[in-house]
Design a protein. Sequence first.
Length: 305
Amino acid sequence: MHGIGIDVSKATLEVAVYHGPWRQFDNTVAGHRKLAAWLKPLAVRRVVLEPTGGYEQQVLDALHAAGLPVVRANARQVRDFARATGQLAKTDRLDAAVLAQIAQVLDLPLYQPAHPWQRRLAEYVQSRRQVVQMLVSAEQQLGWVKDRQLRGALQANVLQLTKSKAFLDQQIAQQVRQQPQLEAIQTLKGVGPVLLAVLASELPELGRLDGKAIAKLVGVAPLARDSGTLRGTRSIWGGRADIRQALYMSALSALRYEPRLRQFYQSLRARGKAAKVAIVAVMRKMLVILNARARDAWSVLPAGE
C-alpha cells in the first residue's frame, strides 16, 4: 500500500508517492481527473493534503468522488511531524514527500464532504468573522483619530460594517432555522444561531465522538504536564480556535441566562478556581452537552440536503 502526499498551490499539485515517484498536475478539473486516474492503479493507503486557504477543496472532493481514501491533515500536525523527522528545509516537493510519509505511517481520519447547506453556511460564517475583525479594527482606529473630516469617513465605514454584520447575522439565523438537526440541539440558553452555525460548518465530528474526544478536538480539555515527580498545571492547548471563540462568547451569555451553568461556574469559583479556568470549564460542559444532544437528535433526524 502506498502513502500519497499532495502539496497544493493555486495553480499546481505536487504529488509524491512514499519511497516512489513524484508528478505534478494542474490544480484544475482536468488535472484532478488525470491525478485520480494516475492514483487508481497504485493501491493507495492514504492521500494526505493540508489546508491551503481553500485551494485544496476541489481536489479533495474530486479524489473522494473517485473513491480514494483522502485526508485533510491538520497544518500544525504536519509541521510538527516534519520537524520530528528532521525535515527542516521547505520546498513544494519536500512538503509533498512529508505528506506522503504521514500518509504511510499515520491513520488519520478520512475526509467526509460537507452537505451543500453546510458549505453555504460556512461561507456566511467566514464572512461574518472577517467583518467582525474589520469592525473591531475600524472602531479602534476611530478611537484615536481626532481630525473631523477623517472621523466622518471612519464613522461611515463603521456604520457600513455594522450593517453588513447585521445582514450576515440575519442570514445565518435564517439558515439555521431551516435545518431541523440544528434546531433540535438549541436547548441551552446562550446557544444562538452563530454558535450553531460555527459547529455545523467547522465541527462535523459533533455527535460522532464521545465527550472527552470532542473537548480535546476543539481544545477545551485540560492537558496534563507531568514528568517524574513533577505535577504541572493542567492547561488547554491546540484545537480549533474559531470554535473556542464562538463557545467563549456563548458561555458568557449562558452564565447570565442558564441557571445550571451559572451554578456550575459559581461552584468552581467557590472552590478557588480562577475565573478564566471556570469559564473554560463552562465552555467544555456546554460542548459536551451539545455533543450528547446532537448524537441523540441527529440519529433520528434527516441529515439535511
